[in-house]
Design a protein around this ligand. Sequence first.
Ligand SMILES: Nc1ncnc2c1ncn2[C@@H]1O[C@H](COP(=O)(O)OP(=O)(O)OP(=O)(O)O)[C@@H](O)[C@H]1O
Ligand SMILES: [Mg+2]
Length: 282
Amino acid sequence: MDADTAARPAVAPEPARKPLRVLAIANQKGGVGKTTTAINLGTALAAVGESVLLIDSDPQGNASTGLGIARSARKVTMYEVYMGEKTLEQAAIQTVLPGLDLAASDPDLSGLEMELAASPRRSYRLRDALSALRNTGKYSYVLIDCPPSLNLLTVNAMTGADAVFVPLQTEFFALEGLTQLMRTIELVRGSLNPALEIQGVVLTMYDRRNSLSEQVARDVRQHFGDTVYDTVIPRNVRVSEAPSYGKPVLIYDLKCAGSQAYLQLAREVVRRERDRRASKSK
Ligand SMILES: Nc1ncnc2c1ncn2[C@@H]1O[C@H](COP(=O)(O)OP(=O)(O)OP(=O)(O)O)[C@@H](O)[C@H]1O
Ligand SMILES: [Mg+2]
């Protein structure tokens, strides 16, 4: 030890702050698996060691109900966060799974568009709330479950997010409507959030017994290339049963094909994220 080092007071090193990745799970098409992916990718990410906040930004509140968070337990909701009255940290509720918190929805979110009509920075409400959260280093992933619309809630999610994560139902009309989604992403990039990226596209409700699924998957991969995850989420009845028990499918039935697929997806998301960071820092 040299004299210089010895003279320095011993200061405990600050714990390394986790880099945060905020993903808006969006597709204006209804019923494509946004909420199912938000709940189960969130759970699987927590299971592989990430710390996750799931933001339920849909007035339907399916992610909140699907995680078994009763209305009475939703003391602070996303409504107060959007109104600038509370922070995301105050809204975060612990779920049964360590490493996964939820910021719950409120039916009043459906009136937000009108309530904020004349407000300045109305598209930045979530971004402002997230910037306070980024300073805490508490989470490594934030997943935002968006409603099936390109409304103010979805625009807020895209403005606050680092990237958009697109679940695509493996069906004949899969690519239909994606032009609108891509145009919205371009619009947000052009004004509200120039840094917005597309994190990836995940095929959901894939049916192995149906040759159409295979054809659709091929078309989607041809259209989006590497943006599409290798992991495909199969249609699996356990996945659709789990929310009625207020549980992620990984807790309801860890061994089923749906749970295993979401675990594989989480590993792929983490691996791709590591690669993305490594190539950025070069
Ligand atoms: N892999 C799957 N296997 C079987 N059923 C699934 C699967 N993924 C989703 N579902 C079912 O499909 C329906 C729609 O899924 P989900 O609610 O996740 O879609 P969404 O895009 O969030 O819908 P919305 O647009 O209304 O918010 C639900 O009943 C859900 O249980
Ligand atoms: Mg939903």
